[in-house]
Design a protein around this ligand. Structure first.
Ligand code: ADP
Length: 434
């Protein structure tokens, strides 16, 4: 017990004793004691009420601060009060600093709650996406920035996922968006200006597409003359071989230009249409048949584990199959085996091309989808590869939000698995299952 509390108790007891003593003088000690207790109680109640009023109004003028235990309670209260005010002031200062620094950030930052409602945002979010800190507070961000890709990002629960979105306020502007979860159920939506990057990549795409297009016409003329020359019986002796080689190279150049144009087309196109249900099983059987006539190639098997179809475009799915299958044929010895698999489940569907061929070193796997990447440069050219096949496969798959997963072991074969998301899988009608 503190000194003040002890003093308070002693004071109360003395006061009650004095009351009892005065009562005793008049032959009513109990009455005197009760009267003193009542006075003491009333005084404490008055102090309590006046303290409560002070707390509500902030004005403690009526409160007798220096009396009894109240002196200690009041000074403790004032001490805590000043401490809280100082703390509040320093938090306010900190908040001002944080706001100043987030406002200085070139990237937009929007704090969202679990319902994707805006709590606050920085100045860059206003410049990049037109969000206003005060006006848009409490509004759902996907109601203000209406983009299906952003809605997908907000519901994906994947911190690594990023999407690209046209800026709603800057004409021709592009934003890269990412969501980072933090705290109990808050998220940070980060917006980065990638207009310049997009402009450069469009320039590169346009350049490759234009150059390929421009080179096509002269090449057609050259190839035409070479065809005529090769059919000409008056060709000087010793020229047959060089003409044939030139013809082969012209054919190869046409193939490369065609594939470069195809890549440019894929890069600048959006998502694949969902209109056509594609019978993947049929395409796999067709592709196997197309290779059947070829001599000296490995055995090709088709394993259909599903009758599901894929919503997209048959020609694009065929491009994937043909590229993966021709790679497998090139990499597998004649006594090896290539399997084309189609299967589906609740998490989507897989189109798999696996072989028992030469396999790929782990260090090369991440680079396979780069343009013109070949493990054995010389061999690729000899056997007709352009180094663009897997880049095309990757770009076609991106149009389906699908992934290419490559697993391989040198000497033990490779597996190229194309994983399609469930919304691309069309389950076969019941008749097809029976
Ligand atoms: P290419 O036209 O040269 O086949 P791709 O982009 O299709 O170009 O493939 C890139 C490289 O990946 C190939 O040159 C080859 O070295 C390697 N590759 C692709 N598929 C296989 C496979 N099934 N087994 C081993 N290596 C492969």
């Amino acid at each position: 017990m503190s000194d003040a509390a002890r003093k308070f108790l002693v004071g109360v007891l003395l006061f009650l004793a004095a009351g009892a003593a005065i009562g005793w003088l008049y032959d009513h000690p109990v009455l005197g004691l009760l009267a003193a207790a009542l006075v003491a109680l009333l005084w404490q109640v008055r102090q309590l009420l006046s303290f409560d009023r002070g707390l509500r109004t902030g004005n403690f003028d009526d409160f007798r601060q220096g009396e009894g235990i109240w002196e200690q309670i009041f000074s403790r209260f004032q001490y805590e009060n000043t401490k809280a005010a100082r703390r509040k002031q320093s938090y306010r200062q900190l908040l001002r600093e944080v706001r100043k620094s987030t406002n200085a950030m070139p990237d937009g930052a929007v704090i969202l709650n679990a319902e994707n409602e805006i709590i606050t945002c920085n100045r860059a979010a206003k410049h990049l996406a037109g969000l206003k800190r005060k006006k848009d507070r409490g509004q759902r961000v996907d109601n203000i920035l209406r983009d299906p890709e952003l809605t997908r990002l907000l519901h994906a629960d994947d911190q690594k996922l990023t999407i690209e979105m046209a800026s709603p306020v800057v004409d021709g502007g592009w934003l890269n968006c990412r969501v980072v979860a933090y705290g109990a159920d808050q998220k940070l939506l980060l917006l980065r200006d990638i207009t310049e990057r997009m402009r450069l990549s469009k320039m590169r795409r346009d350049f490759v597409a234009n150059a390929s297009h421009e080179l096509r016409s002269p090449l057609t003329v050259i190839a035409g003359y070479l065809d005529s020359l090769s059919e000409n019986d008056d060709i000087p002796p010793g020229w047959e071989k060089p003409v044939e080689q030139m013809q082969n190279q012209a054919y190869r150049m046409r193939q490369i230009l065609g594939e470069l144009l195809e890549l440019s087309r894929l890069e600048s196109s959006g998502k694949a249409s969902m209109d056509e249900p594609v019978d993947v099983g049929y395409l796999l059987n067709e592709s196997r048949s197309a290779f059947e006539g070829h001599a000296d190639i490995a055995r090709i098997l088709v394993d259909l584990g599903s009758t599901a179809q894929l919503s997209g475009t048959a020609a694009e799915i065929e491009t994937i199959i043909v590229n993966l299958l021709s790679n497998a044929v090139r990499s597998t010895p004649t006594d090896g085996e290539i399997t084309l698999t189609w299967r589906s489940g609740s998490d989507g569907a897989d189109l798999i091309v696996s072989d028992t061929g030469e396999g790929i070193d782990a260090e090369n796997i991440p680079r396979l989808t780069e343009r013109f990447f070949r493990i054995d440069k010389g061999r690729g050219r000899e056997d007709g590869g352009t180094g663009l096949g897997l880049a095309i496969v990757k770009h076609v798959l991106a149009r389906y939000d699908a992934e290419l997963i490559i697993t391989s072991e040198p000497g033990a074969g490779s597996e190229f698995r194309c994983h399609f998301p469930p919304d691309r899988v069309v389950l076969a009608p019941p008749a097809a299952l029976s």
